[in-house]
Design a protein around this ligand. Structure first.
Ligand code: SME
Length: 149
């Protein structure tokens, strides 16, 4: 759950940035990391048949390459939709990044019909994310797509 005020603050701050490409994605992930409940914030790029870990802030993860259809991240691409998981312990198709993770949200980064990648956030609390986070991350995804390099 993110307030409209906080979401607007982050988006407006990033809109003013002069960064592009990886530097902008890094800046965006650092802004997300500062939000309460956003315990791991990262981007995966979609290249050919794999998701490749891009910029992230949080614990190191083994999941640097994820195949389409595998885990929450791969499912989002396979089913062409955002995925919001209340409690990751209830999923069988899940790749654990950290034992502390309880909830997760994956929002696709789109340019028109084309999927460039995704924003992946993990939270340590059950039900940390809802539709307000999804809408916020979609807006952020649009900013990231416009500066994709
Ligand atoms: N949990 C994800 C893998 C990415 S890590 O959380 C950073 C998944 O199931 O696809």
């Amino acid at each position: 759950m993110i307030s409209a005020e906080t979401a607007q603050g982050v988006l407006h701050g990033l809109e003013k940035s002069s960064n592009r490409g990886p530097a902008f994605r890094r800046e965006a992930m650092e802004a997300l990391d500062a939000l309460p409940g956003y315990d791991w914030s990262g981007i995966y790029r979609l290249e050919a048949d794999s998701l490749l870990l891009d910029e992230y802030v949080g614990a190191e993860t083994d999941h640097t390459h994820i195949a389409i259809g595998v885990g929450v991240c791969g499912t989002a691409v396979k089913e062409d939709r955002n995925v919001l998981v209340e409690d990751v312990r209830q999923l069988s198709n899940y790749l654990a990044c950290s034992l502390q993770t309880r909830s997760e949200i994956v929002v696709l980064i789109r340019r028109g019909e084309h999927v460039l990648g995704q924003i992946d956030i993990d939270g340590h609390e059950v039900g940390a994310f809802d539709a307000s986070d999804e809408a916020f991350l979609e807006n952020l995804g649009n900013l990231i797509a416009a500066r994709w390099e």
